[in-house]
Write a protein that binds this ligand. Structure first.
Ligand code: SAH
Length: 213
């Protein structure tokens, strides 16, 4: 754990995330490496921060909460070599966290320059168990699926059906849905059906459908 991350990790713990493995991973990855140089002094505040192109690095509490939900699900299901799909690579911080928790992480980003920077940062941190793709996350990544966990880090106006179709039999989808009022949903497969629960209110940039920039 990085010493400078301790107050932030305590804040996240106080907000209710008690998965010490997730907290330890988040506190061990230098968040300042995922920010533009002018914002590195804010790296250990519990806030979302701009990363250019109108996008944001998610709030650390949210990264912790979503990672902990995913890890709990994977553990409960007894999945041994979890394959995860992330939609919205952005800065790559959430991707880096996921690589430390799961076997392989696939991540899709629609803005090429962000994807490029994220790849450089992840390599710099000696992460190798990831694959990045420049594309539209609404479609998922069918050739690499099915996935044991899918995590969407942008808010979808409606549920992307393609993502549900790419879940493994025990898989789960964690996705913010809504526009001005967003809720974090957890979907789980149950045979041919899906059950869902609402976790909590969240605030994400929109998941943009369609064309690439
Ligand atoms: N997990 C990232 C969050 C970045 S913000 C982080 O913490 O840094 C959400 C990201 O989703 C943005 O980079 C945005 O470009 C991307 N995004 C939005 N719509 C998308 C889509 N349809 N497909 C893939 N990525 C998308």
């Amino acid at each position: 754990m990085l010493r400078k991350a301790l107050p932030l990790i305590n804040t996240i713990r106080e907000l209710g995330v008690d998965d010490e493995i997730v907290l330890n991973v988040i506190g061990s990855i230098d968040r300042s490496l995922f920010l533009p140089p002018t914002l590195t002094h804010k790296a250990y505040e519990n806030n979302a921060l701009p990363i250019g192109q109108g996008q944001t690095l998610s709030q650390p509490y949210t990264v912790a909460r979503m990672s902990a939900i995913l890890r709990q699900h994977i553990q409960e299901q007894g999945i041994n070599t979890p394959q995860i799909l992330e939609i919205g690579t952005g800065s790559g911080f959430q991707t880096a966290v996921l690589t430390q928790l799961f076997t392989h992480v696939y991540s899709i980003e629609r803005i090429k320059s962000l994807q490029f920077q994220a790849r450089r940062r992840l390599r710099h941190l000696d992460c190798y168990n990831f694959s990045l793709k420049h594309g539209d996350g609404w479609e998922g990544w069918p050739s690499k699926g099915p996935f044991d966990g899918i995590i969407v880090t942008a808010a979808a106006a409606t549920l992307p059906e393609a993502l549900l179709a790419q879940l493994s039999p025990q898989g789960c989808l964690l996705i913010p849905v809504g526009e001005s009022d967003q809720q974090l949903y957890l979907y789980q497969r149950q045979g041919d059906e899906f059950i869902h629960q609402i976790i909590e209110a969240v605030k994400f940039v929109p998941l943009v459908p369609g064309e690439l920039q």
